[in-house]
Design a protein around this ligand. Structure first.
Ligand code: 5GP
Length: 135
């Protein structure tokens, strides 16, 4: 059965998409640790990030870098932190999280509750910045 992320990539489940290319898809985390918290996933359905072949993992990190640059432009923050967990959804993904201090990366922090319009607005800003950077 397809993972929830494959169903998001296929458009069967809605998401706030921020970027896409032929190999990867990036969208806002539905339970964000910060405004702009984004997940980068390969279209190839592999459970564990570190089981990806070297070329795909390298390409994914480069794609994540481009998304991180777009997040930096769209969301006020000192840095974009990167995290890999993968215990909840069995489809490899990288978390990109706008941060201002170390504790912004603590997983047990309460998650933000955002309105649909806020998700849409953030996704559009990141998507616009990504398109501008990569035209
Ligand atoms: P992990 O597998 O890295 O522990 O966590 C999975 C992440 O995916 C969580 O941060 C969770 O909020 C996010 N997530 C799980 N299901 C969905 C979903 O259907 N849509 C979106 N946008 N994010 C999801």
């Amino acid at each position: 059965m397809a993972t929830i992320f494959s169903r998001i990539i296929a458009g069967e489940i809605p998401s706030y998409k921020v970027a896409e290319n032929d190999q990867f898809f990036a969208f806002l985390d539905i339970n964000p640790m910060a405004k702009g918290h984004t997940l980068v996933v390969p279209k190839q359905e592999v459970d564990y990030l570190f089981d990806l072949d070297d070329k795909t993992l390298g390409d994914m990190q480069i794609f994540a870098k481009k998304v991180a640059k777009a997040i930096e432009k769209a969301v006020p923050c000192k840095r974009v932190g990167q995290m890999v967990i993968g215990l909840e959804v069995p489809h490899a993904h990288i978390h990109l999280i706008p941060i201002n201090k170390e504790s912004d990366m603590v997983l047990s922090n309460p998650k933000l509750k955002l309105a649909t319009e806020e998700f849409q607005e953030i996704a559009k800003k990141i998507n616009d910045a990504f398109a501008e950077e990569n035209k």
